[in-house]
Write a protein that binds this ligand. Structure first.
Ligand code: F6P
Length: 363
């Protein structure tokens, strides 16, 4: 009679639906009640129809759909204890003490705080008469498991986050398309690629599209980057290349920590080369569309493993994130991953780029 709820939080990513489906179906298979929480933490706080029991059929025909069918939101209310108290009441009323959170590090950190506060929240709910002592006793421990859904691949502890591979497919399709028109007109295209503070999408896209130059947050170029860029583009043209592709990660910066934008790069090219240079900002196209085969299977495996981890959890188990390690879906302590991810952000802020790369590890 265990109740398990799954929700998606923060920015969406392709493959989230496949993960939701796997969590729900594995829960039903194991004999638990499965629930969706719609609109992320906001739905948990607001309760009502946002928390709905799911059945086998309610997750049919979603494995191939991008985004998240149960909605996602950034929620200010959950940052306050009052919001978390409401959320705890809504969960206890439905007998839900197992949560799968599909989101980024902020969402997972929030869930861990909620888990730590759970017993004091329940004490307060008993005191104000919202729940009975029997309900408190029955729901005394909250178990949580995280799945990382993000196109950025910026989370420490997993080789790949759900959505990254699909985003790379979107990016490379766009660069291939741009390249054919660039070739015809001998143009230079500057492509702005997402990834927030992480250059993973940009560096991989750069390698697999034969880009001439890539600007990344983790490897800020020296101050003479305009000379180096101009030299490289000239060399390629004089070797017979009819086009140039330059990739600028949205978080790219110089060694002073000042942003380097696609406009900055275009300005250099316009002023110093006689190229017809154009900017393409790929934007949310990268986060849209159907998940790739890789993301679907990754999400299926991670979702099933998340439910298994919850069903096996005891009151002393530490919360985990389901990660990809080589080709294995493994359980890694959630706070270890969150702390490492935050240490990367700190190192980047303090301009310790090499440390950031080292801390981030394999991915
Ligand atoms: O984290 C995913 C991501 O798409 C980043 O790459 C990007 O910086 C950000 O989200 C955009 O967020 P929003 O959709 O809220 O504008």
């Amino acid at each position: 009679d265990k109740g398990l709820a799954v929700f998606t939080s923060g920015g969406d990513s392709q493959g989230m639906n496949a993960a939701v489906r796997a969590c729900v179906r594995m829960a039903i298979y194991l004999g638990c009640k499965a629930y969706f929480i719609r609109e992320g933490y906001q739905g948990m706080v607001d309760g009502g129809d946002n928390i709905q029991e799911a059945n086998w059929a309610s997750v049919s025909s979603i494995i191939h759909r991008g985004g998240t069918i149960i909605g996602s939101a950034r929620c200010a209310d959950f940052r306050e204890r009052a919001g978390r108290l409401k959320a705890a009441n809504n969960l206890v009323q439905k007998g839900i003490t197992n949560l799968v959170i599909i989101g980024g590090d902020g969402s997972l950190t929030g869930a861990n705080l909620f888990r730590q506060e759970w017993s004091s929240l329940l004490d307060e709910l008993v005191k104000n008469g919202s729940i009975t002592a029997a309900q408190q006793e029955k729901n005394s421990v909250l178990h949580i498991v995280g799945l990382v859904g993000s196109i950025d691949n910026d989370f420490c502890g997993t080789d790949m986050t759900i959505g990254t591979d699909s985003a790379l497919h979107r990016i490379i399709e766009a660069i291939d398309a741009i390249s054919s028109t660039a070739y015809s007109h001998q143009r230079t295209f500057i492509m702005e690629v997402m990834g927030r503070h992480c250059g993973y999408l940009s560096v991989v896209a750069g390698v697999i599209s034969e880009a001439d130059y890539v600007f990344l947050p983790e490897y800020p170029p020296p101050t003479d980057w305009p000379d180096k860029l101009v030299l490289k583009l000239e060399q390629e043209r004089s070797a017979g290349q009819r086009l140039n592709i330059v990739i600028v990660a949205e978080g790219a910066m110089d060694r002073e920590g000042n942003p380097i934008t696609a406009e900055d790069v275009k300005k250099v090219i316009d002023e110093r080369l006689k190229h017809d240079a154009r900017i393409t900002v790929l934007g949310h196209v990268q986060r849209g569309g159907n998940p790739s085969a890789f993301d679907r299977i990754l999400a299926c495996r991670m979702g099933a493993e998340a439910t298994l981890a919850l069903m096996e959890a005891t009151k002393d188990s530490v919360p985990v994130v389901i990660s990809l390690d080589g080709n294995q879906a493994v359980r890694v302590p959630l706070m270890e991953c969150v702390e490492r991810t935050q240490a990367v952000a700190k190192a980047m802020k303090e301009k310790r780029w090499a440390d950031a790369v080292k801390l981030r590890g394999r991915s």
